[in-house]
Design a protein around this ligand. Sequence first.
Ligand code: ADP
Length: 187
Amino acid sequence: MPSPTSPSSWRDAPIFGRIRLYQGDITRLDTEAIVNAANTSLLGGGGVDGAIHRAGGPAILEACRQIRARQGGCPPGEAVLTPGGRLPARYVIHTVGPVWQGGHKQEPELLARCYRNSLALAEEKQLESVAFPGISTGIYGYPKAEAAAIAVREARTFLAEHAFPATVVFVVFDEEARRFYEQALQT
Ligand code: ADP
């Protein structure tokens, strides 16, 4: 039996204002955009990045290569938009999180900018819904509780000032991450 935090659709996931908390695989979501925790090369990698490219097929990588040819990759804190290829989501927003180096190398500000810049792209395209994984909280080693607090703070601030995206979905893979988001969303 599915737990209340693993509904079949993100549309049924618990809601906190305009934010939903969904536990599962982001590559399956039919939000209008999903966000990728990319690296500066934009050429794919492990973790959620690898899963998105595998599920979405070569059209995403081709679009990333074109962006790379134009602007030479993507620095930490920035975001770029591509089509979603074969994903259920129409677009992928690729953002590059900071690598955790102890917290004194502007990691919190860079992570906040990932959320702000991704949301700004969604707003520019007037997207209804956008789903985020925990940027930087895998291979890049950002502490999960702090990262969840930043994600929630930035989404709330942005949503208070903009009509789009109408809904933000935070996607967590495991129970531990879910608890960190719940804590942040309940304060
Ligand atoms: P980073 O390099 O930015 O740390 P990772 O891809 O290693 O990115 O991990 C980012 C987060 O995404 C981690 O919390 C990881 O558990 C989660 N994750 C990995 N695969 C998926 C997936 N298919 N759907 C949702 N979240 C995922």
